[in-house]
Design a protein around this ligand. Structure first.
Ligand SMILES: Cc1ncc(COP(=O)(O)O)c(C=O)c1O
Length: 435
């Protein structure tokens, strides 16, 4: 045990004996931000190794080498599609070069009249909202629920017009949107449901994988994603018609493979003008990564649960809400939400104090799509999108969240130190209010 650690144990013991709250911490243990010793003494290099992403190993390297030697590049694509299809239990899937191209193909496949309105979150990546532009569709920006960071059905109800045709919920950070309620409402109103499942590999609701609730959906396998192939994407389709149209859009050699009665079969050799095929190296990585997906998700979840079950006891700190029938995955980081009033200090003060203690806490605001230039210029759109004056749920999530890293390994000692750091900070609530 080094000196720093020994002094913590000693100080913690004294604090406990004095019956102090906030775990073992008391006012005599200075916050690191005020010159005290850091709680997290776990070696930084090991933390970096545990949080490294993407994680490729011997199996990915071997499979890539084998593909290069074999030269049978394109055989990897149907092989990956077959495995992903079996994993997600989706009737049809199509491997794409990225999530954006899968999204563009999905919007093409809709085949709706120009001017049709598609409801999308503003709290998302650009392609959810922007790729529809090429087909004359108009984004209607929908808020997120500040407790779930997911698509707010009440906002959908408020913004419905006679032109609204499609809903596109996005499962933020791997948290499933309430697809049962969204689907029921869509059915009642005759709307089409699509999904942006770019964050949600392995996530499900009522046992059904995300991306298979909507008639079409997409995944991204970009380097930061839960199942990374560096670049890559997948289209998910529940009907043959949508599958064939979406696949034909950017896969010029596919139409001939469709049954004789397919309306897009005659477009073999051209498709509809794009070339969106996945790179075979990405398919190789995807096949390898899929094998370990559930196991990696389980390790991450176990670590988050061990820490969160402890720290959400602290006043004002909460996880985004998840229903018992939803199985979430964790994309990129673990999100926590801070109620500053209940905690008695600001989110920014908390993050600074945690960082000083050695916790890799961070803040990252999703750029709100509706505020970006492209949506405000009518010339790019069939009908100019309506820019909402406010998006309270989106603003709230950006204002109250903090992120903790995902830990890819069994590290009870580090998790305990993270827990202690949070408790120490809360024990110094009044000092934090000054920061
Ligand atoms: C929510 C969301 N949708 C779609 C995409 C598009 O995926 P890609 O980067 O593979 O084009 C991303 C990727 O960042 C995303 O985060």
């Amino acid at each position: 045990m080094d000196d720093t650690r020994r002094s913590f144990v000693k100080a913690g013991g004294a604090a406990l004996a004095a019956g102090m709250t906030g775990g073992a911490w008391g006012a005599q243990d200075k916050l690191a931000i005020n010159g005290g010793a850091k709680v997290v003494t776990f070696p930084a290099a090991k933390v970096t190794a545990l949080t490294k992403w993407p994680r490729y190993g011997a199996s990915e390297k071997k499979a890539l080498h084998e593909l290069i030697d074999s030269g049978k590049f394109y055989e990897e694509l149907p092989a990956f599609e077959k495995e992903w299809q079996a994993y997600t239990k989706s009737p049809f899937v199509k491997a794409h070069m990225n999530g954006t191209s899968a999204t563009t193909s999905m919007y093409f496949a809709l085949d709706l009249p120009p001017g049709s309105e598609i409801m999308v979150p503003s709290y998302t990546f650009f392609s959810t909202c922007l790729a529809m532009r090429f087909f004359g569709y108009v984004p209607i920006f929908i808020d997120i629920d500040p407790k779930t960071a997911c698509f707010d059905l009440d906002d959908v109800k408020r913004k419905m017009t006679a032109n609204t045709k499609v809903l596109v919920p996005m499962h933020s950070w791997g948290m499933p949107c309430e697809m049962d309620k969204i689907s029921d409402y869509a059915k009642e109103k005759g709307l089409i449901v699509l999904e942006d499942a770019a964050h949600a590999h392995g996530a499900s609701m009522q046992g059904k994988k995300m991306g298979t609730w909507g008639v079409m959906g997409i995944y991204s396998f970009q380097a930061s994603k839960v199942m990374p192939t560096v670049e890559g994407g997948m289209g998910m389709y529940q009907t043959r018609e949508y599958f064939e149209r979406a696949a034909a859009y950017g896969h010029y050699e596919d139409p001939i493979k469709f049954p004789k009665d397919s309306p897009v079969r005659a477009y073999d050799g051209t498709g509809f003008g794009q070339k969106f095929r996945m790179h075979p190296f990405a398919a190789v990585l995807g096949r390898q990564q899929l094998r370990g997906l559930d196991e990696r998700n389980a390790v991450v979840k176990k670590n988050i649960q061990a820490l969160n079950s402890r720290i959400v006891q602290l006043p004002g700190l909460a996880e985004p809400r998840i229903r018992p029938d939803q199985e979430r995955s964790y994309y990129n980081a673990s999100m926590l939400l801070l109620d500053e009033k209940k905690a008695g200090f600001s989110r920014n003060a908390l993050v600074k104090a945690l960082q000083a203690e050695g916790v890799r806490a961070s803040v990252w605001d999703y750029p709100e799509q509706h505020k970006l230039k492209i949506y405000s210029e009518a010339k790019w759109w069939h009908h100019a999108p309506k820019i909402p004056e406010s998006m309270p749920g989106t603003t709230e999530v950006n204002r109250t969240h903090l992120f903790l890293p995902l830990l890819h390994g069994e590290v009870p000692e580090l998790i305990d130190q993270y827990g202690k750091a949070f408790e120490k900070v809360w024990a110094h609530k009044s000092e934090l209010a000054q920061i």
